[in-house]
Design a protein around this ligand. Sequence first.
Ligand SMILES: Nc1ncnc2c1ncn2[C@@H]1O[C@H](COP(=O)(O)OP(=O)(O)OP(=O)(O)O)[C@@H](O)[C@H]1O
Ligand SMILES: [Mg+2]
Length: 367
Amino acid sequence: MTSVESLLEGKRIVICAGSGGVGKTTTAAALGLGMAERGLRVAVVTIDPAKRLATSLGLEELGNEPRQVDPARLAAGGIEVEGELWAMMLDAKRTFDQLIERLAPDDRTRDEVFANRIYQQLSNAVAGSQEFTAIAKLYELDQDGGFDLLVLDTPPSRNALDFLDAPQRLKGFFGGRAIRMFLRPAGLSGKVLGRGTGMVFGLLQRVTGVDLLQDLSVFFRTLGGMIDGFMERADRVGALLEDPATTFLIVTSPRHDPSEEAIHFHRKLMDAAMPFGGLVVNRVHLAPEMDGGPPPELAEALGEDLARRVGESAHELAALAAGDEAGVEHLVAALGTPPSIVVPELEDDVHDVGGLAQVREHLFGVD
Ligand SMILES: Nc1ncnc2c1ncn2[C@@H]1O[C@H](COP(=O)(O)OP(=O)(O)OP(=O)(O)O)[C@@H](O)[C@H]1O
Ligand SMILES: [Mg+2]
């Protein structure tokens, strides 16, 4: 079996993608933990509204900037990190605002944009899509965070594919013909209500839910100068996804629906020429050791009735394990036998450093 370490060689960014509830956040955290153990300075960027990651790492809350996980806390959970483990939870709206702060030519423009109702609606709408802001944040951390490795956890219950074209979609919005037409100086000064305007209003109203002419013209006057910066940023953010130092891990369970989604996502990754690193199949049931039924000594020790019930549940588990095994085989074959890692279903939910340590053991294999 592959160790995740070999998949991360030479990588600065790893994106854990997959469908809802399969263990993306858990995998991202365990991966970060393992690489910090190996001496790297790692940041795990999570989008985990349930705050499970924060809780399991003993952080009261995760802000929009990375915070270091207390090494003493890790040591108490049996993990000695030679490097550093940092974690942050992405606040999409805050990230979008920070982007404006960076791109605004001066404080006045910045304040004007922030105070603008259209911007407020738009930033919520764009931030609501989360994908762009996640990658934008990643870009920023990659540029000046000083980390050896960034691990991105992707949002719950959203289509993982949205990640791939998020920069393009944002560019599409700002670069759209209607917007461009409106941004031309003449469009603003003279023919505010000329041809094309109705279309722009329609578009903006759809995106933002408001249409206020006044706000609109202020919005475009202030944001207008930043559009090129925005487009360029979107380009660079997009390029980051295709960078050879970036890798996508597809996380899935061996069950039917998540597997089919994983196969679909893999195909899209290939179509988009994105760097696919490998497959993590999580929560795989393993066959119980007493596969042929309970040994006779057990019946003696437990009594007939109890032994029979133990036998029955072992039988059920064996059936689950067989199903999962077939699921894993199907997946691996469908993806063209990529590097794959199986993480078994643990006895408990992963809710603390100890649990993460167990997952990381499976991800990294026995050294
Ligand atoms: N190998 C495992 N064994 C047992 N429980 C697990 C395992 N992996 C993850 N879990 C549990 O499954 C639940 C979902 O895991 P996690 O939050 O990592 O998934 P996710 O893909 O990030 O979900 P979402 O799409 O909601 O963000 C959590 O309660 C976690 O503790
Ligand atoms: Mg999650």
